[in-house]
Every structure is written in C-alpha cells, then in structure tokens.
Design a protein around this ligand. Sequence first.
Ligand code: BEZ
Length: 254
Amino acid sequence: MDDPRPDARQRWSAGTYDAHARFVSDLGGGAVEWLAPRPGERILDVGCGDGVLTAEIAAAGAQVVGVDSSGDFIAAAAARGLDARLMDGQSLAFGPDFDAVFSNAALHWMTDAAAVVSGIARALKAGGRFVAEFGGHGNVAAIVTAMRAVGRRRGGDIALAHPWYFPTVEDYGALLEACGLAVRRIVLFPRPVVLRTGMAEWLMLFRKPFFQQFENQAEEALAEVMDLLRPSLCDAHGNWTADYVRLRVEAVKP
Ligand code: BEZ
C-alpha cells in the first residue's frame, strides 16, 4: 500500500543550494583547518555536496574521494573534476584505505549515526583521523520550535519539523569511542548565520516537506512560522539570522 504521508525526504538541487546556501561551504573553513590536509594523503569527504570544500582539500595536494546520496550534487562535484561517487554515508562501502575522513554540514542529515561512524572507522587506516563539523545539540532550536508550534496548531505531522541528528558533545564522544575512535578534541559552539536571501528561502530549502503537508495552506503555515520567529531572529532592518550551533570534532583510529 502507498504511504499516505507527505514525502519527508529532503531533495537537493545544486542550483538552489548555490543561490541560497553557499554560506554552508563558506563557513566550513574552520573544519578544513582542523583537517590540515597534506599532499599525497587519501581523504574521504562524506556528504561532499557540490564539492566546493572537496575541491579545496584536493587543491592542498590530497587525493580526495567525495560521496553524497544526491545525484544532483554528485553531478555538480564531478563537473569540478572531482572523484565523486553516489553513496549514502550510512552505508559507506570502503575498507581501511584513507588517511583521513572529513565531513562538513552533512552528518546531521544522517540519523543512523552509529552506521555512519562505524563506516568511517572502517574506512580509516590505523592512525588515520576523522574531522567533521555539523549541527550540534540546540541547532536551529528556535526555528524548529516555531515549526512545531505551527504544526501542532494545524494538526500536522510535527516530526517533519525536525528530521535531523544534533548530538551533544557527550553523546557523540561516546559514539565515537564505542566505534573504536579516540576523541582528540570536540567542541560545541553557537554560530549565528545571517541569511542573505531570507528566512522564507531557508525554510523552503531545508524544510519543504514540513510545509508541503499543508497543501494549499502551505503559504499560510510559512507566514505563521515567520511571525513567530520575527521577534527573535529578524533585526530592525529585516535581516534574518539562523540560530546555528555547530559540533566540531577530531578523532583518530588507534
Ligand atoms: C545546518 O547546517 O546546521 C542545517 C542545515 C539545514 C537544516 C538544519 C541545519
């Protein structure tokens, strides 16, 4: 039987992402600094998206393989001349081939975190390092709370307001250790991000399935979410900020 729920899957378009979310890779510089790629290293980029940061790592002289579950992103990354492969980060199919595994702003989309981390541990050579940055506990909390309030009032599926994995330092550290990786450093920090193209565009890019469930009232639901958020996330000049919180980590395979 067909599942009657609205399609909850996130779909990516490299063009839309470039227009509304380029800040995601622009802000990935700190994670690349932690990675400190060296010439000749083999590096796996999990959730490489359209390959902007993958190309930066390759420019340091590393041999990089990028994987992503979006065909549109993989086509965009391959068009940059990268070795980009269609693969779900929750079922990584690599043996211990890599000096490092890297990921920026992708792991929060992969809710089977244990499968992700065990695949990463398998892909690392002994002594190899894992460096990642993604949404941590409390990420986009105001935005999620506003969507949940509107979803509840309208009798919608509020699970569609929060499809992500945003762990605490303690929980992620414990998961890494359970998968055989030793944590070198791990931090959770707020990173408010000014949304150059606005909150409505952010919501429709990242949470379209939540709004689509309201069918011909999607616009009204969107306006209600924006009204709830305006006092805390929009300044007097109409500039919107997203309440991002990042978790950045480095761990090694002994
Ligand atoms: C993030 O990068 O933290 C993020 C992106 C999209 C939705 C939620 C969080």
